[in-house]
Design a protein around this ligand. Structure first.
Ligand SMILES: Cc1cc2nc3c(=O)[nH]c(=O)nc-3n(C[C@H](O)[C@H](O)[C@H](O)COP(=O)(O)O)c2cc1C
Length: 243
């Protein structure tokens, strides 16, 4: 085990002699996977969300991992806010870079967000993809059985099954490796941490609990999400529900 860790670490040092795809003049991978623009689900503007009270110091101090939720649903406005806080687009930049509400190495933003929705007002339970460029949701065609299989791929099945929504962050590594080669894999994981921390703090602001999730069956989940031959994978997840 140790040798693999050391190998990865050592082989992801910055190598001034190894050219990247970017330096070789290859076009940048797209900053968002393609999608069918019909039937996208509108999300309200998160800037219009009214908070009961807002104190960032309290949010930082009181943030705790919470694994048990009430069965109260989240209004769609709150879901919109959580999506914006974790991946919201501020500005597109050349070479498929973008500025978002979270930082990202090289502004590459190598994640797609999949939502497992269980209890959001006005949205049917199921799997959805967040379309960052439009701030809308795309419904994904997954049967009830497939979604149950997906949920059982998590070590803590009840946590995910009883969440109002679970965020799944899918890595698209070529967005990172185009610029950084193997080191891009380190940056992916660092980026994921920023995303989830924003989710924790945003959840505090709307009286929700959040639990970061790293314990899942990679093979099973990647297979269910049909990622196996794409180089993409589930990197990190987090459940959300009302306290
Ligand atoms: C990278 C990472 C992975 C985690 N994975 C899980 C998980 O799979 N299941 C779980 O119940 N908690 C998970 N957690 C939550 C931690 O257990 C939790 O942050 C820790 O116990 C400290 O509690 P606090 O967040 O309230 O400070 C994870 C946290 C991090 C940062």
């Amino acid at each position: 085990m140790k040798s693999i860790c050391n190998k990865f670490w050592n082989e992801s040092f910055i190598d001034p002699f190894e050219k990247t795809d970017q330096q070789n003049g290859m076009p940048a991978p797209t900053g968002e996977l393609s999608f069918d623009a019909v039937n996208l689900i509108d999300l309200p503007d998160p800037r219009n969300l009214k908070f009961n009270s807002f104190n960032l110091t309290d949010f930082i101090e009181n943030r705790r991992t919470i694994r048990k939720y009430t069965d109260k649903s989240l209004p769609i406005m709150e879901l919109s806010f959580l999506l914006w806080a974790t991946q919201g687009l501020i500005k597109n930049m050349p070479d498929e870079r973008s500025l978002r509400t979270v930082p990202s190495a090289g502004a590459r933003h190598a994640f797609e967000t999949i939502l497992l929705i269980n209890n959001i007002e006005g949205i049917k339970s199921g799997l959805y993809r967040y379309i960052v460029s439009k701030h809308k949701l795309l419904s994904l065609d997954f049967s009830k059985e497939k979604i149950e299989d997906l949920i059982s791929g998590f070590r803590n099945i009840n946590l995910v099954a009883n969440s109002a929504v679970t965020f799944l962050w899918i890595a698209v590594p070529e967005r990172m490796t185009w610029k950084f080669n193997a080191r891009g894999y380190r940056y992916l994981l660092l980026d994921a941490g920023h995303i989830c921390q924003n989710l924790y703090l945003a959840a505090e602001a709307i009286d929700c609990g959040c639990c970061a999730i790293g314990a899942f069956d990679d093979e099973e989940i990647n297979a269910i999400l049909q990622l196996n031959n794409s180089g993409q994978f589930l990197a990190y997840a987090a459940s959300i529900g009302k306290k």
